[in-house]
Ligand binder design. Structure first.
Ligand SMILES: [Zn+2]
Length: 50
């Protein structure tokens, strides 16, 4: 089963729920991102604490 959840707000890629697996991320602000874009923003927003 493949269900369209929404579009990535960064690159407009379609985000699907595949057999219960969501191939993207929804933030606290209810913004949809694909994994690639979420990794980019999370690198910017969450700097590694080393
Ligand atoms: Zn994206």
């Amino acid at each position: 089963m493949k269900e369209l959840v929404g579009l990535c707000i960064s690159c407009n890629k379609e985000i699907f729920c595949l057999d219960g697996f969501f191939n993207g991320v929804i933030t606290k602000e209810k913004e949809n991102y694909c994994f690639e874009c979420y990794q980019k923003i999370s690198k910017i927003e969450e700097k590694p604490q080393s």
